[in-house]
Ligand binder design. Structure first.
Ligand SMILES: [Mg+2]
Length: 308
């Protein structure tokens, strides 16, 4: 089995002996980075974007459970898989670790060959997932189109609409107070909610050429070729009201007892072969306005930068 030498594993443990042992164990399989406490772990995770984190639970400053929660609450680090390595060996400890989003839980004292094999397995499945995501252009969490697929569709539709003199619409959708939802109910629940929303959005997008994609974090985008501004705005409002209508409880939202979305959209007549960056900016500005206006609303702009 050949491993990708470019993969990086961040080893977090307050005891030097453990860090050294794990580093020696894995040095042939990947690049190793070390952190000796929770604060350093968060810093290094941000800066290095490792492919995997081996995380000690018992540490004097910020313990491993708090570290994983901070990682999962941050868009920049939440997708990094974490394996707990812990002297706590009760089922409850293990369950807690897995509930917080760890992919695996290894108890100390560990068997070197087992740790090595588990790390190898995770690195390999991680590598495969990235390959598949790029090939299929599918977001692995929600199983709808990913951002890469959206970028390609936007370029194609822009050129096509420019050639055929058809309008093109774009909406950006943001889940209201999503961070509070995650903080309150945990990241596994947050992921489940994102999947439900993605499913609902997909149900609405049925015409050929229409696309709904996960843009990143709790943001989705909707691309609608050949729709009038009025039809696109109607669809946007229908989406907003259908998400509210799901009545998914949101115990930490400042605006509603339920999950809601804010949506900003724009319709324009594309011209030329290159996507005008103002197209996305205009939709983003509409979204900003929808949020500033109190969230749980949709706001549509027709030709805000006068391309037609
Ligand atoms: Mg420790």
């Amino acid at each position: 089995m050949t491993m990708n030498q470019q993969q990086t594993v961040l080893v977090v443990d307050d005891e030097k002996q453990n860090r050294t042992l794990l580093a020696e164990l894995l040095v042939d399989d990947c690049r190793i980075a070390l952190a000796k406490n929770g604060a350093q772990a968060l810093e290094r995770a941000h800066e290095l974007q490792p492919d995997l984190i081996l995380l000690d639970v018992m540490m004097p400053d910020i313990n491993g459970y708090d570290v994983i929660q901070a990682l999962k609450a941050d868009d920049a680090t939440r997708q990094i898989p974490v394996i707990f390595i812990s002297a706590l060996d009760s089922t409850a400890d293990e369950e807690r670790g897995l509930d917080l989003g760890a992919v695996d839980y290894i108890t100390k004292p560990f068997h070197p060959s087992i740790v090595r094999k588990r790390v190898r397995n995770h690195l390999q499945s991680c590598h495969h997932r990235h390959l598949l995501e790029n090939l299929a252009k599918i977001d692995s969490l929600t199983e709808i189109a990913n951002r890469r697929r959206y970028d390609e569709a936007l370029e194609n539709e822009w050129r096509r609409c420019s050639r055929t003199h058809s309008p093109l619409s774009l909406a950006i959708i943001d889940v209201d107070h999503f961070k509070a939802y995650n903080d309150h109910l945990g990241h596994a629940e947050g992921d489940r909610m994102l999947r439900l929303i993605a499913k609902k959005l997909s149900d609405f997008v049925r015409r050929p050429g229409d696309l709904v994609a996960r843009y990143g974090g709790e943001e989705f985008v909707l691309l609608l070729p050949n729709s009038s501004s009025a039809a696109a705005a109607n669809l946007g409002e229908e989406l907003r009201s259908s998400i509210e209508g799901l009545r998914l409880p949101h115990p930490a939202s400042a605006i509603s007892p339920y999950i809601t979305i804010s949506l900003g959209g724009v319709t324009t007549q594309p011209s030329g072969g290159e996507v005008d960056p103002q197209f996305f900016q205009a939709a983003d500005a509409a979204l900003y306005e929808a949020k500033a206006g109190g969230r749980n609303r949709s706001l549509w702009r027709n030709d805000p930068f006068g391309a037609a």
